[in-house]
Design a protein around this ligand. Structure first.
Ligand SMILES: Cc1cc2nc3c(=O)[nH]c(=O)nc-3n(C[C@H](O)[C@H](O)[C@H](O)COP(=O)(O)O)c2cc1C
Length: 329
């Protein structure tokens, strides 16, 4: 598996990502992924919000935006996968280059802008998946949608995908779709939640719905979120997405790059959001994500109150072997 890692480091980041995941699919089709990935030895089966997980570590949204790699990623030992972000209509995202490595800081900056093949394409992949684990779907709004059209985009995706997903994640926190983060504000979020509540009743879905939040929000905003979701169709929070604060980056040139920062520098800030939310409401269901590079980081998310943990940058930088390293006893 180390060869994935070497390819990643030599090529432009986005190309490396595509080649590596496609190689993983080839290995999967040849029945070889199991040979390369070490068996996960932990026995951590548990039930969370009616879903059965074989362990608490999953992929974060963005790694497999279109569900093209569900079966092969599933063989690496993850307890669950989150696919997406997907939008109603396919879109290309921002112009390239739009992914940047800051390896010195074990970090990535991205401004992809929800490049994806659209909800209908993802549904086809979800329907034909062989992977038996939990698959969550992260949904978002198209860049071209304005005002209330944005809210409608979430409703369209929810309606189209709910029968084929184990849970839904409502992404209001990507920094790369202009003004999307405004949905954290009380009035906008209230409007979004009321619309989601109505759609959930209309389509009569029982699957958990999470709100994926930004790490760049104040305590006051987090307090409002806790209050607004309490009696709603939202079952919990995924904390967090990438940060727009680049002051954590050592390299001055990289600090000026526009986009969201992920990886090691994000760990403390995103874990502090989990702790804050849990302190405010001990019954809140939380999925922790941001800066998990090793077992210790994973454990700190659990200790802060997360029931599940997701990884993206740590997987890219350390390779698939990190799954085993985190989950071994
Ligand atoms: C290249 C890249 C693309 C991402 N795309 C998405 C996305 O489409 N939707 C989303 O909710 N988060 C996306 N994220 C954010 C991750 O899901 C995660 O919240 C964030 O990277 C923090 O976790 P990490 O430090 O383990 O990477 C992306 C992150 C990266 C690095």
């Amino acid at each position: 598996m180390n060869f994935f890692l070497k390819i990643f480091k030599l090529l432009p980041p986005e190309l490396a990502h595509t080649i590596s995941l496609n190689s993983l699919n080839i290995l999967y089709n040849l029945g070889l992924v199991r040979l390369f990935s070490k068996q996960i030895l932990t026995n951590d089966d548990f039930n969370f919000l009616g879903m059965n997980f074989k362990n608490r570590l999953g992929t974060a949204a963005g790694l497999d935006k279109n569900g093209d790699f569900i079966n092969s990623l599933g063989e690496l030992g993850f307890g669950f996968l989150e696919v997406g972000t997907v939008t109603p209509i396919a879109q290309k995202g921002n112009s390239k280059p739009r992914v940047f490595r800051a390896y010195e800081d074990q970090a990535i900056i991205n401004r992809l802008g929800f490049n994806n093949k659209g909800i209908d394409y993802l549904v086809v992949n979800l329907r034909k998946r062989k992977y038996k684990g939990i698959v969550g779907v992260n949904i978002g709004a198209n860049k071209s949608s304005k005002g209330t059209e944005r809210i409608n985009d979430y409703l369209i995706c929810l309606e189209k995908v709910h029968k084929y997903a184990d849970y839904i994640s409502i992404n209001i926190s990507s920094p790369n779709t202009p003004n999307l983060r405004d949905l954290h504000n009380k009035d906008h979020l209230n409007q979004l939640i009321i619309s989601l509540d109505n759609k959930v009743s209309e389509i009569n879905t029982k699957i958990p719905i999470f709100l994926k939040i930004s790490p760049d929000e104040s305590d006051e905003v987090l307090d409002n979120i806790i209050e607004l979701i309490e009696y709603s169709s939202i079952s919990g929070i995924i904390a967090t997405n990438t940060t727009i604060d680049k002051s954590y980056i050592t390299n001055e040139k990289l600090r000026k790059i526009e986009g969201g920062l992920s990886g090691k520098p994000l760990k403390e800030i995103s874990t502090s959001k989990i702790s804050y939310l849990k302190t405010k409401n001990k019954d809140l269901n939380l999925i922790g994500v941001g800066g998990v590079m090793n077992k210790e980081d994973y454990q700190s998310k659990i200790d802060s109150g997360a029931s599940l943990v997701q990884i993206y940058t740590g997987f890219i930088i350390n390779g698939p072997g990190v799954v085993h390293k985190i989950l071994q006893d």
